[in-house]
Structure formats: structure tokens, C-alpha cells
Design a protein around this ligand. Structure first.
Ligand code: CA
Length: 230
């Protein structure tokens, strides 16, 4: 098993070094950046599995950086925990809506930080390498296979990614635009109705196995994967 690399994006050096010290003691490899520019370079070159991003940074806010990363297909597997001195509930919500997987208010105990990191890595790891079973559909991400009632479902690459995204984020409605960002990637230009085309193909493939009901259209909003009421 490879050691998880964690990037710490924090402009205040004593805090950054304190975090790095505790993460190293917990067995993680650490990378340090003092601004967003440096962070982006390290993200691209070193491929950490998680980034701790401070809200207040000199060149761009940590929230903007998080939003940017979460829209980028290249960093879809990166987990983000936002760090902030703000204790406001409103800021917490904004941070999570910006795409952060978790949120910590300074000052925090190193033990709590390590516990949160473990939890976030466990969640993102389960989406990436393990088997997700929902209702009668089983998606084996490592083998890149989908089974419905035990039989293999043949899907095109886009339909596979779409199903994987929806299955790993169940019971939530995603607009066409959100799906374009998260499944196709922010840098690809495709029209919103492309989403409908691929949802139709996905449903068609699932219909052959009698499991299309999990992919639900929410009128005026978008699509969701749901085993409730399905
Ligand atoms: Ca700061």
C-alpha cells in the first residue's frame, strides 16, 4: 500500500509546520505550499491524495482554489479539507458547497485533524477502488465492471463514468450542468443536452437488465441515482 501524500496549503509558516509535523508523525508524506500558485504546481507534479487548504491565502482564497479543483476532471480523486479561523456556520456551509469534503475551524487539535483526514481518505478511497453496491447494481471500480442482478452490463466509457458518479453520490439531484462539470470535466465544451443523450444510453443498457429505475429524472432539476422508491 502506498503512503498517502498530503498537501498543506497555508501561508502562516508556524501553523503549516506544526501540521506537517503531526501528519508526518501519523505516517503521512507531506508537501507544503504557502499560496495557491505553489499549491497548483505541487498538485500537478506530486499528485497528493488530500489537500488541507486554508481559507485566507495571499493570492487567491482557499475557497476559490477548492472550487477550481473540484471543477477540474484532473483532480476528481483529490479530497479537500478546508481550514479556517472563521467559526461562522455560514462560512462552513459555503466551504462545503464549494466542494470541500470536510471543514475544520482553527484552532484544532492535531489528533482531531488526523482523525478527520483518515475519515475523508476512507470515504474517497471507497469511491475510487472498492465495490459500490446499490440495490441490484454492483459497480466494481477496480475491475471497471458493472453487474446488474449478477450479470455484466456493457457500458460505454461515458455511461460508465456517469453511473459511477451517480452511484457514489446517491440520493442527490444533479443538474445537467453539474454533471457536465463532474463527469465530463470543466475544460470540455459540450452542450447540456449531451447529458440527456448519455443518460438515455445508460438507461437503455440498464433496461436490458431491468434496473433502469434507479436512474431518476427530477423534472426541472436534473438526475439522481436513488434506491428509494425505485
Ligand atoms: Ca492564512
Amino acid at each position: 500500500m502506498t503512503t498517502n501524500k498530503i498537501l498543506i496549503v497555508e501561508d502562516e509558516r508556524p501553523i503549516r509546520e506544526m501540521i506537517a509535523f503531526h501528519l508526518m508523525r501519523a505516517g503521512y508524506d507531506t508537501l507544503e505550499a504557502e499560496d495557491c500558485r505553489e499549491a497548483r504546481k505541487l498538485l500537478a507534479d506530486e499528485r497528493p491524495s488530500l489537500a488541507l487548504i486554508d481559507w485566507m491565502l495571499p493570492d487567491m482564497s482557499g475557497l476559490e482554489l477548492t472550487r477550481m479543483l473540484k471543477r477540474d476532471k484532473e483532480f476528481e480523486d483529490l479530497a479537500v479539507i478546508m481550514l479556517t479561523a472563521r467559526a461562522d456556520e455560514h462560512d462552513k456551509v459555503t466551504g462545503l458547497e464549494g466542494g470541500a469534503d470536510d471543514y475544520m475551524t482553527k484552532p484544532f487539535s492535531p489528533r482531531e485533524l488526523v482523525a478527520r483526514i483518515k475519515a475523508v481518505l476512507r470515504r474517497s478511497g471507497s469511491a475510487e477502488n472498492e465495490v459500490v453496491t446499490s440495490g441490484e447494481i454492483k459497480l466494481d471500480a477496480a475491475a471497471h465492471r458493472v453487474l446488474a442482478k449478477g450479470t455484466e452490463v456493457h457500458l460505454g466509457p461515458t455511461e460508465y463514468r456517469l453511473l459511477k458518479y451517480l452511484m457514489t453520490h446517491p440520493e442527490r439531484v444533479y443538474s445537467r450542468n453539474q454533471l457536465l462539470d463532474r463527469v465530463w470535466g470543466a475544460n470540455v465544451y459540450v452542450e447540456e443536452r449531451t447529458v440527456d443523450v448519455h443518460v438515455r444510453r445508460l438507461r437503455k443498457a440498464l433496461t436490458e437488465h431491468g434496473v433502469e429505475r434507479y436512474i431518476q429524472t427530477v423534472r426541472g432539476s436534473g438526475y439522481r441515482f436513488s434506491i428509494l422508491g425505485a
